[in-house]
Design a protein around this ligand. Structure first.
Ligand SMILES: Nc1ncnc2c1ncn2[C@@H]1O[C@H](COP(=O)(O)OP(=O)(O)OP(=O)(O)O)[C@@H](O)[C@H]1O
Length: 272
């Protein structure tokens, strides 16, 4: 595909399209605390977009605004070219946005397979009554759901643990199962809250590869919060930098790396 006004091809051959999500002038307050101060940025179709910043900068709050957990007091969220009304998280999920959490949120007593299946719940349309009246539709849905989940299990190479209760898995694998569950919803936009937190070097390398593969092979747009700068700079197309609720940088990894304000925020340089 050629570059057009709205899309371009990256060095590694992926196509980044037009704007998928546009955040305009977002302000979020918790009582007297302004967690997000008038921040605007966009996420383009097909890109990997990182949100970085020191502790308490407002990154998780921003992810929570995107996923509908918080509705901002000011500003607008535009998704697929339309202004999004205030929504509940399940409505945002149905619109094609899935997420993982900073602290793993899986059902420990359930198998890997069953945990991943819970990611499909948003897509089950046959209600209880319909299931009784029209068994065929419910069965077809079940078969499709299983097939989709099996594809994800293959993709993330977790066949060997599909029947294992999640509570028995090591940390790195739990994180991979959480990614699988989010992918089961077939999101257009996938939000990852610190996907490498608490991982060793090898686990981080694995997770980086899976994130890149999901983006490349499934065409999923990804926004992630991550503290490991090496990983962020390696896998992201563009990076937003937050500090004390404000946006202090936005651009390619190289642009952000050389931005004096960003360098100051990370090195803690005092200003007059
Ligand atoms: N539910 C809440 N109620 C009150 N204050 C909150 C709430 N959530 C976040 N905050 C405050 O908003 C600010 C931003 O927090 P947030 O968790 O978004 O930052 P962060 O950049 O994700 O930090 P970290 O990297 O430590 O996770 C902080 O001052 C925090 O104390």
């Amino acid at each position: 595909m050629k570059d057009t006004a709205d899309s371009h091809v990256t060095e590694d051959g992926r196509t980044i399209g037009g704007t998928l999500l546009d955040l305009r002038g977002i302000t979020l307050r918790f009582g007297g605390v302004e967690a997000i101060k008038n921040i605007s940025f966009d996420i383009r179709q097909g890109e990997i977009r990182a949100i970085i910043g020191p502790n308490g900068a407002g990154k998780s709050s921003m992810l929570n605004v995107i996923s509908g957990f918080y509705n901002p007091q000011e500003g607008e969220v535009w998704f697929r070219g339309e202004k999004r009304p205030a929504m509940k998280p399940f409505q945002v999920a149905r619109s094609g946005v899935a997420r993982t959490f900073q602290n793993i949120a899986l059902f420990d007593g359930m198998s890997v397979l069953d945990n991943i299946m819970t990611g499909r719940l948003n897509d089950m349309h046959a209600g209880l009554v319909a299931q009784m009246i029209w068994k065929g539709k419910a069965e077809r849905e079940e078969v499709e759901n299983r097939a989709r989940v099996e594809r994800i299990i293959d993709f993330l190479e977790i066949q060997h643990i599909r029947k294992t209760p999640v509570g028995r898995l090591p940390y790195g694998l739990k994180k991979r199962v959480e990614l699988a569950r989010a992918l089961a919803a077939e999101p257009d936009l996938l939000l990852l809250d610190e996907p490498m937190a608490g991982m060793n070097v090898e686990e981080k390398e694995d997770m980086s590869r899976y994130i890149l593969d999901v983006n490349d092979e499934m065409g999923t747009t990804i926004a992630l919060i991550e503290h490991d700068m090496g990983v962020v700079m390696d896998i992201s197309d563009r990076v937003v930098v937050m500090d004390y609720g404000r946006k202090i940088g936005d651009g390619t990894p190289d642009e952000v790396r050389n931005n004096p304000q960003v360098i100051d925020a990370y090195l803690g340089v005092a200003h007059d």
